[in-house]
Design a protein around this ligand. Structure first.
Ligand SMILES: [Zn+2]
Length: 120
């Protein structure tokens, strides 16, 4: 069997990861409730009719008081440019809203849950 070594984590990235873990722990204490809910509500309100059903379904699935909200970077580019530990670039989402940002890129972008790199 051919075994592949795990890709080593650079010292710099290890430091960023540790900082990020601290920032996320703090955000879990200070930002209560899924931040996706307000964005989905506004989007559902403003969306053209054809998109409303998807937003309403996402709103129904949102679990705002989930105990461990997931850190999400609306600006994907920030994952590469040192923004991983920047609390201003982290949105705390419930599992359902986090999955919505992966599955519904266009709707999430229109709702402000994803920011295209060219707009960052
Ligand atoms: Zn949510």
């Amino acid at each position: 069997m051919k075994r592949t070594r795990l890709r080593p984590v650079s010292a710099k990235r290890r430091k960023v990861n540790a900082e990020r873990a601290k920032v996320v722990a703090t955000l879990r204490e200070t930002r209560r409730g899924c931040e996706g809910m307000a964005l989905l509500k506004a989007a559902a309100h403003n969306a053209p009719q054809r998109d409303q059903e998807a937003y309403v379904a996402a709103l129904r699935a949102c679990n705002p008081w989930q105990r461990y909200l997931q850190p999400h970077e609306p600006l994907k580019r920030s994952r590469r440019s040192g923004g991983l530990a920047d609390p201003d670039r982290i949105m705390m989402l419930c599992d359902s809203c986090h999955a919505f940002t992966e599955a519904e890129v266009r709707l999430s972008t229109e709702a402000g849950m994803l920011i295209p790199s060219w707009r960052g």
